[in-house]
Design a protein around this ligand. Sequence first.
Ligand code: GLN
Length: 268
Amino acid sequence: MTQTPNFTRTDSAVRIVSLYPDLLGTYGDGGNALVLSRRLEWRGIAVEHITVDAGAPIPDSADLYLVGGGEDGPQVQATRELDRSQGLHRAVDKGAVVLAICAGMQILGHRFPDATGATRDGLGLLDCETVRVDRPRAVGELLTTDAKLTTRHGLVELGPLTGFENHAGRTVPGPTSLSLASVEVGEGNGDGSEGVITGTVVGTYLHGPALARNPRLADALLEWIVGPNAMTPLNDTDVNELRSERIHAARDHELAPRRSWRDVLKRS
Ligand code: GLN
């Protein structure tokens, strides 16, 4: 019988749930939970992190839920399970923050295409729709202009977001949603914007994992929960060096796989 995952502490720890890492865990998206947990611990804030596999009940008492990317088949299965559970819906109703990556974002929207191209209903927690387009799969570095996120404490400036993308679908943000930023390099949503925000639910095409490559995004999500006064500054010198390396590489297309494949083909 499936064990009911739940929190064990009763104090004021920040509660984080990684949803369905057994179905949605491509490209190291599980690292996002690690980044959030460490950034809380470094500030002396208690954290409790649990993972919930598909089929298990989803506790609706967490502060933050993480949904990762995945392939087309598991994506459909995850949608079915999330819909059946309704735990994530209840948590969002109560104000929980959600970060959904790639397939996760598509699932949380109104509709998305399955592996056959047929349209499937999503969960409707993000105001967007994902469609199949007559364009190649978006694979490569993804870099945005300066991103912004408005939490219940106000506007947070995130600087450029960096990561990589690998998706066939393109996402059309709906009228009640905001995007995180515009795309500078790569594809993002497909209309020049990147990411979808509806209320406390944030979706992005950024893998990396996204929060390791964009600690200001991690902190903005945490600030939403613990408030700005608890957000002691951390020393991000090392990660900022890596970020500028990646940002330059993306701008110079040094890391864009399509270009290097083209170069290889030209030479052979
Ligand atoms: N299966 C989806 C697509 O290809 C999402 C892929 C992903 O999560 N990386 O569009």
